[in-house]
Design a protein around this ligand. Structure first.
Ligand code: SF4
Length: 316
């Protein structure tokens, strides 16, 4: 997205213009030298060689944004959440929003948010690999609530983002994977939205609520995976709050990739230690208490939730 292209968009509202200003490629921008990415890749493999010996191609260690966030939060929650994913109204609304955006940017004409969300719900309900079964069995009241939340989120996206031109190469739910040590440790991501070509990508994460400091760290992991996969770093990371219509942007620098590599190595070591039962997982009350599988029985978590009154805890 260049400033010239942005000028060709016609009248944008102030929120859309702010997105163009925040995400546009500044004149004179230069990609990071590829040697930096090569150095980070070497650093990662040197640091994790001993951990990789505990895993195999048949039983690899899977590393995702969610798992890293969990292990750096409360390790007991991390262990309890392994193989324990369940669809809920809270997490499925993000899936409906992303499907709605995907349909909306390719829709001919000018559909209403309700039209787009209804089509997204219908398509997802038919998808057995995704949230289809969960959506199909929702009661009429829960389905109506989900539709209402999704229309609210999609309407905000529609208001806040400029029309996404094909030349910006918008991709929704873009997945990426890096296989380390021949597939014994796998890093995987699924970006809400990417813009731009490889080597100059902008990776965008959508939030229904406000932006928290850990969201930057989550996107840094995406930058690391994209860099290792493509051999070149993306250009920028952006967490976009639909509620506040603000983007928290961070250019991808050597320092950002170094920080992501350190955090990832630390997280992988912690995951390996608790998954392999080499030590007891720690207990650390945090925002994860709100959706932890142990929330109803964990005394520390119950006390933590009682102390907090954060209306934005229900984020996705
Ligand atoms: S309720 Fe909170 S403190 Fe307890 S295990 Fe879950 S995340 Fe950890």
């Amino acid at each position: 997205m260049s400033s010239t292209e942005a000028g060709a968009l016609g009248a944008l509202n102030p929120m859309q213009q702010a997105v163009v200003d925040a995400l546009g490629k500044p004149q004179g921008w230069e990609p990071l030298p590829n040697e930096i990415v090569v150095g980070i890749a070497d650093q990662l493999t040197d640091s994790l060689a001993d951990v990789a010996e505990h895993f195999s191609v048949e039983k690899p260690l899977w590393v995702s944004k969610g798992k890293l966030t969990a292990i750096h939060g409360c390790e007991t929650n991390f262990v309890a959440s392994l193989d324990n994913f369940e669809w809920t109204l809270r997490n499925v609304k993000g899936t409906v929003l992303h499907k709605s955006i995907e349909l909306g940017i390719n829709w001919r004409g000018e559909p209403t948010p309700g039209d787009v969300v209804d089509e997204a719900l219908a398509q997802l309900a038919d998808d057995e690999r995704s949230a289809g079964e969960f959506i199909e069995q929702l009661s009429p009241a829960d389905r109506a609530q989900l539709r209402s939340m999704a229309i609210d989120a999609y309407s905000k996206f529609d208001e806040c983002f400029p029309p996404l031109k094909n030349s910006w190469r918008p991709v929704l739910e873009s997945s990426a994977r890096v296989e380390l040590f021949g597939g014994r440790i796998n890093l995987s991501t699924r970006a809400d939205l990417t813009l731009g070509a490889v080597g100059a990508k902008v990776i965008v994460d959508m939030k229904s609520g406000r932006v928290y400091p850990n969201h930057r760290e989550e996107l840094r992991f995406y930058a690391l995976v994209e860099s290792l996969r493509a051999g070149v770093a993306p250009r920028m990371l952006a967490t976009y709050s639909l509620e506040t219509a603000r983007a928290d942007v961070e250019p991808v620098t050597e320092g950002v990739l170094q920080a992501a590599a350190r955090k990832t190595v630390d997280g992988i070591r912690q995951m390996a230690e608790v998954q392999l039962k080499l030590r007891e997982p720690n207990l650390r009350p945090c925002t994860a208490c709100y959706w932890c599988p142990l929330a109803e029985t964990c005394e520390e978590g119950i006390a933590f939730i009682a102390r907090r009154s954060d209306p934005d805890a229900d984020d996705y």
